[in-house]
Design a protein around this ligand. Structure first.
Ligand SMILES: [Fe+2]
Length: 185
């Protein structure tokens, strides 16, 4: 089940709010400009599936969101727990950063943890199969796939060449909970 926890930025130990209900999560995230939509994700794919297999399985969904939002390219991240590069892949976006375009991900299998730092609050969002999340450009955030990553996510880009992480250099991400459990659902 997807989950939202909201913390004060100076208190990582006890959330101000914990929510599992889709509608409530959407309401909270809409306030900070974050897109969060539950889509059908029923194609029988396992992490490790190839990009071509994933795109073929979700072609209609991909075409719909590309047409609605004006994205120009898509690609696929598909990671199984035995991936030999998992530590490096996990480390890549584990510290607080932002991008100069929206970060849009459709989780078609498995799960991962997005954490957003907006004003004095920290929004931790456990994304699961069927969740489409759009983190607005310039929003500070980090992403944890956990030590045994298990997910497939379709990524949507408007400017793929410009999609880089700008790291803030803070220790925010180290102070907040990591994604340590429950990945291999
Ligand atoms: Fe990011």
């Amino acid at each position: 089940m997807s989950r939202l926890r909201i913390f004060s930025e100076d208190n990582p130990d006890s959330p101000l709010l914990v929510a599992n209900g889709q509608q409530y999560i959407v309401e909270q995230l809409t306030r900070i400009g974050v897109l969060f939509v539950k889509w059908q994700a029923n194609a029988p794919l396992a992490p490790g599936a190839t990009q071509d297999e994933v795109i073929a399985a979700y072609r209609e969904d991909i075409e719909q969101i590309v047409a609605e939002k004006g994205f120009r390219t898509v690609d696929v991240v598909s990671i199984a727990p035995d991936n030999p590069n998992r530590e490096a892949m996990r480390a890549k976006f584990l510290d607080e950063h932002f991008h100069k375009e929206d970060e849009v991900r459709f989780f078609v299998a498995g799960s991962g943890l997005f954490t957003l730092h907006v004003g004095s609050l920290v929004y931790e969002i456990k994304c699961e199969q069927g969740d489409l999340i759009g983190v607005p450009d310039s929003t500070k955030h980090w992403f944890d796939m956990g030590p045994s990553p298990y997910f497939i996510a379709i990524r949507f880009f408007t400017e793929p060449d410009g999609w880089v992480g700008h790291f803030t250099g803070t220790d925010m991400a180290q102070r907040f909970p990591r994604y340590e459990a429950g990945q291999a659902a």
